[in-house]
Structure formats: structure tokens, C-alpha cells
Write a protein that binds this ligand. Structure first.
Ligand SMILES: [Zn+2]
Length: 168
């Protein structure tokens, strides 16, 4: 299996359908196939196969050819992967992720944070903590300041990694 196919399978898993990976693998193998053929090959139910194909089509990761069956007059759809579209798709996803991470990093850098040591899910920036006089809104315990340098570090690393991948 080539690198491109590996990437496609990664993308399939990003689509959030468990069966997408099987379907993409099947298309790699069959090259061009009808939804029936893919369903037979994978054992995935036909309605799921169609749903995944439409999602991939929507992202232009698969192309579709329509052929009219001479006997029945029905149209038959043949699906195939478009690996050349993959790179653009992956890049745009990465760019969006970098933007989100940057926003988060700016937020982390711009604030001091206070946490409740009893409730794991209470974390407020200074501006909000001061409004409640540094008391937890759930249990009324004293909030304590928390060091976010680890978070900042991790965010920075993730951004660096993605940016270097985008430079390739
Ligand atoms: Zn609390």
C-alpha cells in the first residue's frame, strides 16, 4: 500500500465513520467499483457504504462516473478515489487546526488561571476568578493559581509540528 493510500485511510477515519476506513481500503483494492461491489467486498451495509461515499464525494476525495445500463435503463454509479485531492484536503485541515491552536495559545499566554483543587473542572482566568472573590462556584473552596506553562509548551509544540509539516 502506498503512502497516499495510508493518508486516505487516515482521512477516512477523520470522517467519523467507523466503516469509512474499510470502504477506502476496498476502493484502493478495487480501483473503481459500484456501491454494491464495495458492500460485497467489505461486508458493510449498502446504506452505510452510500453514506460514506457521499461524504467522500462531498470532500472531492472520490469521483463518480454514471453509466446507463442498456438493459434496465437505470444508471449505475462507479466510484473511485481521487488521491490528488488528498493533499489539499489534509493541508486545509492542518491549517485550520493551527489557527485554532494559535487562538488557544494566545488565550493561555494572555491570562493567569485559577483552579479549584477539589473540583477538577473549574479553571478560570484571573478576570473571572476575581469576580467570585476567588471562591469556587461549585463547592465554595478557595481557588488557587495554576501554572499553565505545560499547556503553553504543549500547544507550542503542536503548532510547530503542524507548521513544519505544512512547509514540506
Ligand atoms: Zn470546587
Amino acid at each position: 500500500m502506498s503512502l497516499i493510500d495510508d493518508e486516505l485511510i487516515k482521512v477516512a477515519s477523520l470522517l467519523g465513520e467507523d466503516e469509512a476506513v474499510k470502504i477506502v481500503r476496498s476502493l484502493v483494492k478495487l480501483k473503481e467499483a459500484t456501491d454494491d461491489a464495495i458492500a460485497n467486498d467489505t461486508g458493510v451495509r449498502i446504506n452505510i457504504v452510500r453514506k460514506v461515499l457521499y461524504k467522500l464525494y462531498d470532500k472531492t476525495l472520490v469521483a463518480c462516473t454514471r453509466i446507463r445500463d442498456e438493459k434496465t435503463g437505470w444508471y449505475i454509479f462507479y466510484w473511485k478515489l481521487q488521491p490528488d485531492q488528498l493533499d489539499a484536503f489534509v493541508r486545509s485541515r492542518k491549517k485550520r487546526t493551527v489557527e485554532k491552536l494559535r487562538t488557544r495559545l494566545e488565550y493561555e499566554n494572555a491570562h493567569n488561571f485559577f483552579v479549584c483543587n477539589k473540583c477538577g473542572d473549574i479553571r478560570l482566568p484571573f478576570e473571572e476568578a476575581i469576580e467570585s472573590a476567588f471562591r469556587c462556584s461549585k463547592c465554595n473552596s478557595q481557588l488557587t493559581d495554576s501554572d499553565n506553562s505545560k499547556i503553553v509548551d504543549e500547544l507550542s509544540k503542536m503548532i510547530q509540528k503542524l507548521e513544519s509539516e505544512l512547509m514540506e
